[in-house]
Design a protein around this ligand. Structure first.
Ligand code: FES
Length: 109
């Protein structure tokens, strides 16, 4: 089992999701088992204007803990992220980063 804790910059109460990564995909947008996939399947809204295909930056999240429990960043994601508003050293695209263990992410406003 993996735990995905979600913080919201807009002040919404944090949420924690426990799930089995081996059961991915959980719905149809983003890479199977990605942050986006897990969030949408658990009723947590994350923008995903391009449908989870690494073609926008609306699914931008900031990883607060457990970066090592996410799939490594691929070139496509890195190139796309470069155009994200509010980019940080710990930014990822929610539709591309696959959750493999315990992770804490923050959804920017
Ligand atoms: Fe567009 Fe992730 S939803 S890049």
């Amino acid at each position: 089992m993996a735990k995905l804790r979600v913080l919201f910059e807009n002040g919404d109460p944090e949420r924690t999701i426990e799930f089995d990564p081996s059961k991915a995909p959980f719905q149809h947008d983003g890479r199977p088992g990605s942050i986006l996939d897990v969030l949408l399947a658990h009723g947590i809204h994350l923008e995903h204007a391009c449908g989870g295909s690494c073609a926008c930056t609306t699914c931008h999240v900031i990883v607060r803990e457990g970066e090592q429990n996410l799939s490594p960043m691929e070139q496509d994601e890195e190139d796309r992220l470069d155009t994200a508003e509010g980019l940080t050293l710990h930014s990822r695209l929610g539709c591309q980063a696959i959750v493999r263990g315990d992770v804490v992410v923050e959804i920017p406003k």
